[in-house]
Design a protein around this ligand. Structure first.
Ligand SMILES: *Cc1c(COP(=O)(O)O)cnc(C)c1O
Length: 463
């Protein structure tokens, strides 16, 4: 399978090149030349284990020899603490798809445990090295570090704003003492971290000389791996309910997770509705209800991984919504970059998208949802998951298809929100409890590009 850019000015490339490149050279995002139709395989895939299913789905998209791919998939999920990897549990009116059984207790582990190993594999055959540089406001950094730690051909440099992330988030990252992991506390804000990151990648000379790589959510491999749990969950629920299709609700930030569901539906998985859920940062909800995508100010909420205004994967959706016209995508994105706004006309039936519905939940109703689910069903939702469940609840009685709400983090990662919701510190997990006693390492640097560039250069040159 070959991949093309959403902006149309990049020659088609294979899977491995696309994974190594991240962003397309023309500034667009990579997508497959066509979305494979897997309808005739659904019945044989139903009975597969998570790992077997992951192998089958990734194989459709990736040019990796079968034996090697099997090894990578097996290793990626061996560290999850549930035999089903992403189990589905019934909680009151919804099914909850638990995506937090990986090492950092957030759904990003599902993709980054795989991506770290995939990079390692691709670098080995190229006899190359990679220096991953990332900026994090909390959640992505730890999942990326756990995906890359201890790998000989890779180093990872993660910048976080000093003193501006939670103690748990900081300890999760800085307690990883492997030689190839570098935590940088930047004396500044998250915006400073992002500005420096961007400047490092724009410096093509530096980027090439030191083989800089990225693990952010625009990497195509992350999406492929996330498609798997939509299939896995749909099979479990269709079997249990003896139904022919399901709906999913997805708490959304960068539009990565929900876009994987959109692809699963295009591939032929019977998804009758995708419900997009945002917190107060609701640019995507406004788009799917009005057709207008207008940048707003980011506000801080109790679901920080969703405090995003401009969603990096949205361009991929636009490409399909504009009937795969790369020139139309490029024109709209250019206009968005200069005006902060773009508009899409409704479809014939008046909706913006026939599959995707959208809603948002504010802090009070998110806290109320956590409390209600705890008191009523004895189940603790993390604040991101609660946004999804709250928005989903408006759809529960509307149709007969069961509703699966994606749970993107374990509640023990967000104890302050849980205490606010239920009044007590009831969210515990042994791996979080252990963090307090673990030694940590980090370097504090000023928010200055030359200083950080020199820090990376020195370590990238050492062997
Ligand atoms: C990253 C993240 C999200 C948002 O996922 P996107 O793919 O960016 O939409 C939601 N919840 C948690 C806990 C996350 O870490």
């Amino acid at each position: 399978m070959k991949y093309v850019s959403t902006r149309g000015a990049t020659a088609p490339l294979g899977f491995s090149e696309v994974v190594m490149a991240g962003l397309a050279p023309d500034g667009g995002l990579f997508l497959p030349e066509y979305v494979p139709d897997v309808r005739n395989r659904l019945s044989s895939w139903r009975s597969l284990s998570y790992q077997e299913l992951a192998f089958e789905i990734i194989r459709v998209f990736a040019d990796i020899p079968e034996g090697d791919l099997r090894v990578i998939v097996e290793a990626s999920y061996s560290g999850f603490d549930h035999p089903e990897v992403t189990p589905v549990v019934r909680v009151g009116p919804v099914y909850v798809l638990e995506l937090f059984h990986g090492p950092t207790l957030a759904f990003k582990d599902v993709a980054l445990q795989f991506l770290g190993r995939l990079f390692d594999y691709l670098l080995q055959s190229r006899k190359a090295r990679l220096n991953i540089v990332a900026a994090t406001s909390g959640d992505t950094g730890s999942a990326a570090i756990y995906g890359v730690r201890g790998r000989k051909r890779m180093r990872i440099f993660v910048m976080h704003p000093q003193g501006r992330i939670s103690e748990i988030q900081q300890r999760q990252m800085t307690s990883v003492l492997d030689e190839n992991v570098f935590n940088i506390a930047v004396a500044g804000t998250f915006d400073d971290c992002q500005r420096i990151l961007k400047a490092l990648f724009v410096d093509l000379d530096f980027k090439q000389r030191y083989c800089l790589g990225s693990v952010n959510s625009i990497n195509w491999a992350r999406l492929v791996v996330q498609i798997v749990y939509y299939f896995y969950a749909a099979f479990r629920v269709m079997e249990k309910e003896q139904c022919k299709s399901v709906r999913f609700a997805v708490p959304t930030g960068n539009f990565g997770d929900i876009f994987a569901g959109y692809l699963a539906a295009q591939m032929g998985l019977p998804i009758s509705r995708l419900i997009l859920a945002t917190n107060e940062n609701d640019i995507l909800k406004r788009f799917f209800t009005t057709g207008e995508y207008r940048r707003g100010k980011v506000c801080t909420t109790i679901s920080p991984a969703m405090d995003i205004q401009v969603a990096s994967n949205f361009e991929r959706y636009l490409y399909y919504r504009l009937n795969q016209s790369a020139s139309a995508v490029a024109a709209l994105m250019r206009s968005f970059e200069s005006t902060g706004c773009l508009t899409v006309e409704p479809l014939a039936h008046g909706r913006i998208d026939s599959l995707i519905a959208a809603g948002s939940a504010d802090t009070a109703s998110t806290l109320g949802t956590i409390r209600h689910y705890y008191e009523q069903y004895g189940y603790l939702l993390d604040p991101h998951t609660a946004v999804g469940v709250k928005v989903a609840s408006a759809f529960v009685n509307e149709a007969t298809d069961p509703l699966v709400s994606l749970s993107t983090a374990h509640p023990a990662k967000f104890p302050e929100a849980i205490i606010r919701a239920v009044g007590r510190d009831v969210a515990r997990h042994p791996s979080i409890d252990r963090l307090k006693a673990m030694p940590t390492r980090l370097d504090v640097l000023p928010a200055e590009l030359p200083v950080i560039r020199e820090y990376i250069r020195q370590r990238a040159e050492a062997n």
